[in-house]
Design a protein around this ligand. Structure first.
Ligand code: PLP
Length: 390
């Protein structure tokens, strides 16, 4: 008997994440400076950990409402109103999930019939295309370009719309490029969504991590968009809470109810300890978050100027904690660059192709590493780039 034959065709067809595959090589290489994993190097701020510890001391170890603790949903609603300028009713329009990861999965599963198309932009976060596909949807890619600092243009989105399009998926600031969305393009995409009666899913996970006095705009806040958007956000990045596995989806009641049905049967609820910690983060986390954001900003400046000086042309990303240098001045593909850099200099970066074909010619460097380690890694990358310059 072949167990592989028993696996569903869709799951068999989905490749493993290119990041994971690459990180097996990193583990084997040992003693490496990693600019690889997209995860804060800070522990969750102490007041958040303390809230989690106290909740355990008090014996708060039960299930919660399927939607999540009402106190947390109220905090989310208040936070989203202040930060994104969209109002959601905590009783009917907020669902607490196990990270943005779960929110994505249940959103696609609740919206898509077999063959429905989802337009999304590449290079992008590795899970969009497989998650759409496993929900029986058809992922439709719009490529963004290095020459255009990986901005998404409404005109390109328009060209990808067909009678089967149901959803447009956005992520700004973007993983892996750090690109932010010009407001005019966001407005253009909102008009397209209204004109073609489409749902927009907006993954806002990096929205607090913006630099150079930028102000974040969510498409859900534009006129006529709340009623056709699912706004997703989480605690992993700006609050440095990846291990708590907590996120949320805000949407009109019909969509929240649909997602809640899947969540109820598959997850039941998000962990209560994480929900209590997240409430603390929203209520009192602004100060520590700002300190981390400033540290990321300093590191971004350091990394961008060093890579440019090394001949790896790097645009200044407006947000997130990634830079996406152009490595085409070397004679290497993205994969060769990352593999040889790892072997020869013991520095891990991720090949741009892990984020879609449009990532060829680029690598992703995550600067969630101390400035001391970054300085060493950048010197090694500089030596490496010189060696392989065309
Ligand atoms: N969305 C984007 C764009 C990400 O980069 C990530 C993680 O790297 C996620 C979602 C997953 O986030 P979470 O930890 O909330 O599941």
């Amino acid at each position: 008997m072949s167990l592989t034959d028993k696996i569903s065709e869709r799951v068999r067809a989905v490749p493993r994440s290119g990041i994971r595959e690459f990180f097996d090589l990193v583990l084997a290489a040992g003693d490496v400076i990693s600019l690889g994993v997209g995860e804060p190097d800070f522990s969750s701020p102490w007041h958040i950990r303390e809230a989690a510890i106290h909740s355990l001391e008090k014996g708060q170890t039960s299930y919660t409402s399927n939607l999540g603790l009402l106190e947390l949903r109220r905090s989310i609603s208040k936070y989203v109103k202040n930060f994104f300028h969209v109002e959601y009713n905590p009783n009917t329009e907020v669902l607490v999930t196990v990270g943005v990861s779960e929110a994505l999965d249940i959103a696609f599963r609740s919206l898509l019939n077999p063959g429905d198309e989802v337009i999304y932009h590449e290079p992008c976060y590795v899970s969009y295309s497989p998650t759409i596909y496993m929900a029986y949807g058809v992922p439709v890619v719009v490529n963004t370009k290095g020459e255009d600092d990986f901005a998404l243009r409404a005109a390109d989105v328009e060209k990808a719309i067909t009678p089967r399009t149901k959803v447009i998926m956005l992520n700004f600031p973007t993983n892996p490029t750090g690109s932010v969305m010009p407001k005019a393009e966001l407005e253009g995409i909102a008009e397209l969504a209204k004109q073609h009666d489409l749902i927009v899913i907006t993954d806002e996970i990096y929205s607090e991590l913006l630099y150079d006095d930028r102000v974040h705009h969510s498409i859900a806040a534009l006129p006529g968009m709340k009623e056709r958007s699912i706004l997703m956000h989480g605690f992993s990045k700006a609050f440095a809470m990846t291990g708590f596995r907590l996120g949320y989806a805000c949407s009109p009641p019909e969509l929240t109810e649909a997602m809640m049905k899947i969540h109820q049967y598959s997850m039941l609820c998000a962990p209560i300890t994480a929900q209590i910690a997240a409430t603390e983060a929203l209520e009192h986390g602004a100060g520590p978050m700002e300190q981390m954001r400033k540290a990321y900003w300093r590191r971004r400046n350091m990394v961008v100027s060093s890579l440019n000086a090394s001949g790896l042309s790097t645009f200044i990303p407006g947000g997130a904690f990634y830079v996406f240098p152009d490595i085409r001045s070397t004679a290497l593909t993205s994969r060769e660059f990352a593999t040889k850099l790892l072997e020869e200099e013991k520095v891990a970066v991720v090949p741009g192709t892990a984020f879609g074909k449009a990532g060829e010619g680029f690598v992703r460097c995550c600067y969630c590493t101390s400035e001391e380690k970054l300085a060493i890694a950048l010197e090694r990358i500089g030596n490496f780039a010189k060696r392989y310059q065309r």
